[in-house]
Design a protein around this ligand. Structure first.
Ligand code: 3NM
Length: 218
């Protein structure tokens, strides 16, 4: 098992992307650029009208998993527990509308990380009881990457949870840019989770470098 310190580091620059989040480059090319530039973990999140299905979906996941292994960067799967198990992922992430976190924990056992999206203190506390290792808190700001995103929270929920000494590491997600990192980290988050600011950047490597340069913790 890894320590909490390891997980906090892993969460510091959490890149999230599926094939639907394509920018200037082919998504696997973008992923490799981001891995080389220093993202600390990656979540494959294949969701929405443009997402892949069937054998193409599986092939993309396998290729992304392989790339993460090559660069020694933890690989998370969003909302597909059986595929996470099949690909021997490092972790699974579920939202409030996905499979129930407690059941996911039963399926994956203690060794795989479990992340849960939380939008309130109540959801954060339930995630803790259900066996989550970290929570994603969002949306921080308005986002174009999630059609059913809730109202932006800014850093209020992260601050509230930090003041309550909430024990799990938190990552902020939703509209996050490099300029937001100092505020988010000083509010008490372990890191930031990002789709478009990296996947749709004209220069994804430079975007990663900008995120990394914003926090001493990275
Ligand atoms: N979850 P971008 S917001 C996947 O609020 C996701 O839980 C959110 O994409 C939540 O960095 C979001 O492009 C989309 O805004 C994040």
């Amino acid at each position: 098992m890894t320590s909490d310190k390891d997980l906090k580091h892993v969460l510091s620059l959490y890149f999230v992307m599926g094939s639907q989040d394509v920018g200037l480059y082919d998504p696997l090319t973008t992923l490799e650029i981001a891995l080389k530039a220093g993202i600390t973990c990656y979540q494959w999140r294949e969701k929405g009208a443009e997402s892949l299905t069937g054998s193409e979906r599986f092939a993309f996941a396998k290729a992304a998993r392989h790339l993460c292994q090559t660069y020694h960067v933890p690989f998370f799967v969003d909302d597909d527990v059986s595929l996470a198990l099949e690909l021997n992922a490092d972790g699974v992430h579920v939202g409030q509308k996905d499979e129930i976190a407690r059941e996911v924990r039963q399926k994956i056992g203690p060794a795989m990380w479990l992340g849960v999206s939380a939008h309130s203190v109540e959801e954060a506390n339930r995630a803790l009881v259900d066996g989550a290792d970290y929570i994603g808190v969002g949306p921080y700001k308005p986002t174009q990457s999630k059609a059913d995103a809730e109202s932006p929270l800014g850093d209020t929920l992260i601050r509230t949870l930090a003041e309550m000494n909430y024990p799990l590491p938190m990552v902020a997600i939703g509209g996050v840019t490099p300029a937001d990192v100092p505020t988010i980290c000083s509010a008490g988050a372990a890191g930031v989770a990002v789709i478009s600011a990296i996947s749709k950047a004209a220069d994804p490597a430079m975007a990663v470098e900008r995120f990394l340069s914003q926090s001493n913790d990275f």
